[in-house]
Write a protein that binds this ligand. Structure first.
Ligand code: GDD
Ligand code: MG
Length: 351
């Protein structure tokens, strides 16, 4: 069995973090986001190949993911010559498919039981099965109406406010039968949400819903990116590296934490990171690989990307600091700030 992960998006809503890093490989603690999807797909040992459907910066993604570590499913790269949209991207992979396929949006983080989804698909003899998540504000997603038997009755992508009739949305996880892809024209832009799913409903094909009530998030904005880290650290989503140790500080054995530094729970201090004496890494903070927190500096609910620096007595609160970015001594970086890679906040500045 194969899986396709749709990872061609550029991540405009995550700028500036995605100016140099495609959304699919933004770091979550010490690994690229795509690894979390590959972890989930490993639940199904029959998945022996994961096709990464790419478009924007495929070279960077190939460098970050490689062969996936060698122990899991084989990784195949399908690079579109131009963005084909979600449906066109799936159609582009069709020549490689040999049967029922699991399709994932590359930006969702969830702890779903994939076995149960595939079993539902098979037992119902579905042409397509879609995972739904209940959310408070469905307008930003694909709205999916179902009947009492769990069949999809309507699919409306990003509906206007007056067309919101339920709270179940498309969670971006599907099980599909490739012989339904004949309706998708090859080589042209085509939306799986706006065209393929509505066509299943119109033709009365067996289109089944699976409602996931566990953890689910789309890491499409900086707020959600930060939220996902907090949820993993606090155990709302059981995932690497906090599964089984949620709520604790995670300090990599190769990190250097000086005596007299304060490390609160939960937080993450990655490989080769440095936290100097008098500094405080407070709850919900991430100090990624090789990042440095200087003397008496405070990192509070902030995410520091690899190789960034917060110099002495600087304060970074509820912000995200890009790769190699530097917050100089005594500067204050406040809530909601996002610094792109290589930014510099000069000494005593307030952002
Ligand atoms: N290969 C490829 N080519 N991938 C693409 C393309 C493309 O042209 N366009 C988007 N993708 C990938 C993105 O990288 C992302 O992983 C996924 O497809 C979904 O695209 P987003 O841009 O993140 O869409 P969205 O979040 O606004 O909406 C989608 O996800 C929601 C759930 O998170 C839709 O599927 C909604 O219906 C759904 O509710
Ligand atoms: Mg998305």
């Amino acid at each position: 069995m194969q899986a396709i992960v749709l990872a061609g998006g550029s991540g405009t809503r995550l700028r500036p973090l995605t100016c140099h890093t495609p959304k699919a490989i933004v770091p979550i603690f010490d690994r690229p986001l795509l690894h979390y999807q590959i972890d989930l797909l490993r639940q199904l040992p029959e998945i022996d190949e994961v096709i990464l459907s790419l478009n924007y910066r495929p070279d960077a993604i190939e460098r970050a993911v490689g062969d996936g570590g060698g122990t899991g499913p084989r990784i195949r790269y399908a690079v579109e010559p131009e963005p084909l949209g979600t449906g066109g991207a799936v159609r582009f992979c069709a020549p490689y498919l040999d049967g029922t396929v699991v399709v994932f949006n590359g930006d969702v983080l969830t702890a779903i039981d994939l076995r149960a989804v595939v079993d539902r698909h098979r037992s119902r003899g579905a042409r397509a099965t879609i995972v739904l998540a209940p959310v408070d504000d469905p307008a930003a997603y694909g709205l999916v109406e179902t009947d009492a038997a769990g069949n999809v009755r309507a699919f409306r992508e990003k509906p206007p406010p007056d067309a919101i009739t339920c709270n179940t949305i498309n969670a971006g996880i599907y099980v599909l039968e490739p012989d339904t892809f004949d309706r998708i024209p090859a080589g042209t832009r085509y939306s799986i949400e706006r065209r393929y799913f509505p066509s299943l409903v119109e033709r009365g094909e067996a289109f089944v819903a699976y409602v996931e009530r566990g953890y689910w998030i789309d890491i499409g904005t900086t707020e959600k990116y930060v939220q996902a880290h907090r949820d993993i650290m606090r155990g709302r989503c059981a995932a690497h590296p906090f599964a089984g140790r949620a709520g604790e500080p995670f300090v990599d054995p190769t990190a250097a934490v000086d005596p007299g530094a304060r490390i609160d729970a939960p937080c993450f201090v990655g490989a080769g990171a440095r936290v100097c004496g008098g500094a405080a890494v407070l709850a919900d903070s991430v100090v990624a690989a090789r990042a440095a927190v200087g003397r008496d500096a405070v990192v509070d609910g902030a995410i520091l990307w690899p190789d960034s620096r917060v110099d002495s007595a600087a304060v970074v609160r509820d912000a995200v600091i890009g790769r190699r970015a530097r917050v100089e001594a005594h500067a204050v970086v406040g809530p909601g700030t996002v610094l792109g890679d290589d930014s510099v906040v000069t000494a005593f500045s307030q952002v």
